[in-house]
Design a protein around this ligand. Structure first.
Ligand code: CP
Length: 317
């Protein structure tokens, strides 16, 4: 029987997102212990299939699986039979023959995870598919704001920059709306989806000064690898001057996020990126915590997952 998967943030309703954030809090406590490993997923197998570059998501999923005591296998495009022309379908069928419980997939193509889910009994977790979705990024962003800023309900977040190519924004808009957060998109006209207001139910603006209204300014990476020749802005220098976020564009108290990797001096100034008041490092650290909770939520026995107050025992040395 196919397991539950996490392909879109819309696979989770508000109460399910809240449950994962609660479980993340428990894992945050476990990660303060001397022994940071729990036996919860002993005997389970997690395969991380990363066919597009990644540092944060791949490392944090690998660590999360290992800290839950699962067997973790990492497959990258480079060095795998994908280089010999094997299709995603055949790769997934082949990996399925090792009976994994979870396939974590990153791929450059929109819809790759849906395709994979049709050819495996494993739970599929979308670790980013093209410009489509990145649901675990949204979960870690929600978790970070709840811990570092405050309740999500009633907060105002502005996504600034390359919305058009951003899976972080696409999942984020839905996830933040589900939790009662007001969302505004701020970008040049070429980088904001047409009819964003009607289709996505958000406010949209091409005026950078509108960042002043937001509690949290979420800076988006210029996804140069998805833009192709021709470009969406006259030049990166002009983009940085018009839409780049630095201290001068912020008012006191505003918090700044960025999923990473950052383009220093393009969408964010180096000085702001290095400012410890931004949440960028917290996002990276919380990525591992939240991915522990996601794997736990997908794989722990229902009774165990439901008992969210149950202690997480450490692995015997
Ligand atoms: N935020 C994010 O997905 O980073 P990586 O591409 O390094 O995984």
């Amino acid at each position: 029987m196919s397991r539950r998967s996490l392909i879109s943030i819309s696979d989770l309703d508000r109460s399910e997102i809240a449950r994962i954030l609660r479980v993340s809090n428990r894992f945050a406590e476990v990660m303060t212990r001397d022994i940071k490993k729990v036996p919860t997923l002993r005997g389970r197998t997690v395969i991380n299939l990363f066919l597009e570059p990644s540092t944060r998501t791949s490392t944090s999923f690998e660590l999360a699986g290992k800290r839950l005591s699962a067997d973790v296998i990492n497959v990258k495009g480079s060095g795998s039979s994908i280089e010999k022309g094997e299709t995603l379908k055949d790769t997934v069928i082949t990996l399925g023959s090792y009976a994994p419980d979870v396939l974590v997939i990153r791929h450059a193509s929109v819809g790759a995870c849906q395709l994979a889910a049709r050819h495996t009994d494993a739970a599929v977790v979308n670790a980013g598919d093209g410009k489509h979705e990145h649901p675990t990024q949204t979960l870690l962003d929600l978790y970070t704001i709840e811990r570092e800023v405050g309740p999500l309900d009633g907060l105002h977040i502005a996504f600034v920059g390359d919305v058009a190519h951003s899976r972080v924004a696409r999942s984020g808009i839905r996830g933040f709306q589900a939790m009662g957060t007001r969302v505004t998109l701020i970008a040049p006209p070429t980088l904001i989806p047409r009819d964003a207001e009607d289709a996505l139910g958000v406010a949209a603006s091409t005026e950078i000064r509108d960042v002043a209204d937001a509690d949290v300014v979420y800076v988006l990476r210029m996804q140069l690898e998805r833009m192709g020749p021709g470009g969406f802005v006259p030049s990166l220098r002009e983009y940085a001057a018009t839409y780049g976020i630095g201290h001068a564009r912020l008012r006191p108290g505003q918090r700044v996020m960025h999923a990473g990797p950052i383009n220093r001096g393009v969408e964010i100034t180096g000085e702001l990126a290095d400012d410890p008041a931004t949440l960028i490092e917290r996002q990276a650290a919380n990525g591992m915590i939240v991915r522990l909770a996601v794997l736990y939520d997908l794989l722990a026995e229902p009774a165990e997952a439901a008992a969210s107050a149950a202690p997480l025992g450490v692995v015997a040395a």
